[in-house]
Write a protein that binds this ligand. Structure first.
Ligand code: C2E
Ligand code: CA
Ligand code: CA
Length: 745
């Protein structure tokens, strides 16, 4: 059986898996890109928000500080240092400054908390210097050198109570943690980190672990391979624009830095976020998608696989229905047709097509029943299975008919093989408890290079089989061109028979039947001839074919009509008529129109029925005794004499004589042949004639060719003689002249 191939399916599945994996990768990248864009937007937003909060806080502090400065200016000159210190302490507590202080030009400093550690002279110096030029000053200083994590933010307002020039400045200190809440990047959770830098990149305030003190020199190193990016970053920062930059750390971890300008001193808020935060999320999404893909993939392919399995199963069933013979389980004819060409090519056309059937298989069925018949066929199939090689082929064509395509070397070896096969069949396939031996015939067509369709080759093998069946021994026959010529000739006959009947090419010859005792003509048999111009064809060449194609029904009726016409003509011309015998094929027995047609013809020509004798062949009667009886009784009813033709030619059965009431019986020439020097045969003939006569049936002997035969048969007591010794079949004209003489001898 042809199986559904799973190879393309597996290849397809692998390809599909590749496509899916490719899809997941692309999808993952896409998700990554989208998330990255999202995160970048988030960083930018969060950073900008933080920067805004920071500047707002600064602005508020500056406003409060300005208001405090005005109050302090108003109270100038101050009663004493402690008054000033107390005032500052009050303000600091109300306004949440870590520390407030006043520094005078002479360097004197008063703090809101006298116990506090004084600011470094450098810071104080910077405050005085800047406030002498600008009314407001803000800056960040590390509390200890290099410590960015703990820094202080200093804001200062110039104190100018006299409106001439500042006498000093009011300053406020906030510790780094005061801003920490504002600067934390809430959007990034704990992963984000931010710090403040000056325009030159130096970190002045930071809240996380910073591995660098100058972000630019750090980045410059980290982005050596992308110098342009770094240059463009510096430019953007120069222009006070926000910027984003990526880098990898020592462990190749990817980070983003978001730069947002602050509105003071050209400072920047820098937010750092690890990119793996994005990757983690993308991977999470991709993982989920991959799992989904895999599940969908397996479900999908599982379904496809299931469908294919179901299809394979139904294909298998269809195959069985279409290609397997239900009785024997071997290939059927369709399968043979389907694989014939490939098998033939596999054998390099060195092959023969053999058809064989079991002779008299019907008898097995009739005698032993269908069950046994089927059993025999199954065993035949089993033997063939064992005998036919895998590269060869065979099938059961119908009933007991098998077709084989076999490897072929030469005739002798093939015949040997077929003989062995026949022996094997005999050995294995005999019906149990029966001595019935299986007997087969083989028709063989040797396949040539001529490219013929399978059915033509099969036809030829069948033709050879028909031929083989006519033989008694060695029932193997090769197709040869003669068979084909015969077939062609038959086809030609079939093509022209109707027209020939119309145009009167079929004529009758009459062969006299004469009285043994007196030599007088007592009747004649009408024998058909086909006149094709110069050529006259004998009935043996076309009657069997007409019996096969049914045309004989028409032809016999035509002959009957000719005979009737002849008899009517004689009557008119005053010639004393003799009964004429007409041959009727076995086909008439099953034709309900037979007797009515005969009656019709007799009525048309106004003839008595006794002038037409119906000759019916014995073998036909044997095949269907009941029907024959019906027909003979019918013919008798209307007064037609009936003769049994060819008695003794086949398997005569005395039963026929017992059951059927013939008017005459024609002993076949085969039955009579060669009795001259065979006393035993003579006895049989003698007794047969006696027995028939004792039934009151006339005996007609056919094929009497010699005087000895005539004398012997006469002595036996046969009534009528028909044969070349008396007369060959002759034309109507000749017969009429014979009839006028009345006597043949
Ligand atoms: P049949 O009915 O047995 O006819 C006798 C055949 O034996 C005739 O052959 C006849 O010529 C031949 N015959 C007669 N005497 C002798 C003889 O002494 N020696 C030999 N060797 N042969 C002799 P024919 O005319 O060729 O007919 C052959 C067969 O064709 C007939 O055998 C008959 O069965 C059939 N046939 C002829 N005409 C018709 C017909 O009109 N209808 C049907 N259905 N069959 C016909
Ligand atoms: Ca006859
Ligand atoms: Ca005959």
């Amino acid at each position: 059986m042809q199986k559904i191939s799973f190879r393309p399916f597996i290849v397809f599945a692998l390809l599909a898996a590749l496509v899916v994996i490719g899809g997941v990768v692309v999808y993952w990248q896409q998700v990554n890109t989208l998330l990255e864009r999202d995160v970048k937007i988030n960083i930018a937003q969060a950073s900008e928000e933080a920067a805004l909060n920071f500047s707002n806080l600064l602005k508020t502090d500056r406003e409060i500080l300005t208001a405090n400065a005005i109050s302090i200016e108003d109270a100038y000159p101050w009663k004493n240092d402690s008054f000033l210190s107390e005032t500052l302490a009050r303000y600091a507590q109300n306004d949440h400054f870590h520390l407030l202080g006043v520094v005078l030009k002479n360097g004197k400093t008063i703090y809101s908390n006298p116990a506090t550690r004084p600011l470094s002279p450098a810071v104080l110096q910077a405050i005085l210097q800047h406030t002498s030029q600008e009314p407001y000053y803000v800056d960040i200083f590390p509390r200890e050198k290099g410590k960015y994590k703990s820094a202080i933010l200093v804001q200062a307002i110039a104190l100018n109570p006299t409106d001439k020039s500042p006498i000093g400045a009011l300053f406020a200190i906030q510790k780094e943690d005061y801003y920490q809440g504002v600067l934390a990047l809430s959007a990034m959770g704990a992963r984000g980190n931010s710090f403040i830098i000056r325009k030159d990149g130096s970190v002045i305030l930071s809240f996380g672990d910073q591995p660098f003190s100058n972000v630019f020199s750090f980045l410059e190193q980290k982005t050596l391979d992308i110098p342009l990016a770094f240059v463009s970053l510096r430019k953007t920062i120069e222009a006070d624009e926000p910027a984003l930059m990526g880098y990898r750390d020592m462990a190749q971890a990817h980070y983003f830095l978001q730069f947002v300008p602050l509105p003071v001193n050209g400072w920047y808020l820098v937010s750092s976020i690890p990119a793996h935060y994005i990757e983690e999320q993308a991977t999470q999404v991709a993982k989920l998608s991959l799992i989904l893909f895999i599940v969908v993939f397996f479900v999908f392919y599982g379904l496809i696989f299931l469908i294919m399995r179901m299809r394979e199963e139904s294909n298998r069933q269809l195959f069985t229905i279409a290609f397997v013979d239900p009785l024997t389980g071997v290939d059927n004819f369709n399968r043979m047709c389907e694989q014939f060409n490939s098998k033939l090519a596999g054998l390099n056309r060195q092959a023969v097509l053999v058809v064989f059937d079991i002779n008299k298989f019907k008898v097995i069925n009739d005698l032993h029943g269908y069950e046994r018949g089927n059993e025999v066929l199954k065993r035949v199939a089993q033997v063939l299975r064992a005998e036919v090689a895998p590269q060869e082929a065979f099938c059961r064509l119908s009933a007991d008919n098998f077709v084989l395509l076999l490897n072929y070397q030469d005739r002798p070896s093939l015949l040997k093989r077929l003989h062995a096969l026949a022996v094997e069949l005999k050995r294995n396939c005999t019906v149990e408890d029966s001595c019935l031996m299986l007997d087969v015939s083989f028709g063989i067509y040797e396949i040539t290079d001529e490219p013929l369709p399978f059915y033509i080759m099969l036809d030829r093998a069948h033709l050879a089989l028909e031929h083989a069946k006519t033989r008694t021994l060695d029932k193997c026959e090769f197709y040869d061109a003669q068979d084909r010529r015969r077939l062609v000739a038959e086809q030609r006959i079939e093509a022209t028979m109707e027209a020939a009947l119309e145009s009167g090419e079929f004529a009758i010859h009459l062969q006299p039947k004469c009285d043994f005792a007196t030599g007088e003509i007592r009747g004649a048999e009408a024998l058909v001839r086909w006149n094709q111009g110069e050529k006259t064809i004998r009935p043996d060449e076309f009657i069997p074919l007409f019996e096969r194609n049914g045309f004989i029904l028409k032809l016999d009726m035509f002959i009957l009509e000719q005979v009737a016409r002849l008899l009517a003509g004689w009557k008119e011309r005053g010639i004393e008529p003799v009964p004429l015998a007409v041959n009727f094929s076995r086909l008439h027995l099953n034709d309900a129109r037979f007797i009515p047609q005969m009656r019709c013809v007799m009525a048309d020509y106004n003839l008595p029925s006794k002038l037409i004798e119906a000759e019916i062949t014995e073998s036909v009667i044997f095949n269907n005794l009941d029907r024959a009886k019906e027909v003979i009784d019918g013919l008798h009813l209307y007064g037609f004499p009936v003769a049994m033709d060819d008695f003794g030619s086949g398997y005569s059965s005395l039963n026929v004589l017992k059951e059927l009431k013939f008017d005459s019986i024609k002993l076949d020439k085969e039955f009579l042949s060669g009795f001259e020097d065979n006393p035993r045969a003579q006895k049989v003939i003698e007794q047969t004639v006696r027995m028939i006569k004792s039934l009151g049936v006339k005996v007609i002997t056919e094929g009497v060719e010699t005087r000895e035969q005539a004398d012997f048969l006469r002595a036996c007591g046969a009534d009528l003689a028909q044969g070349y010794f008396f007369s060959r079949p002759v034309t109507i004209d000749v017969f009429e002249q014979l009839l006028l003489k009345r006597k043949l001898l």
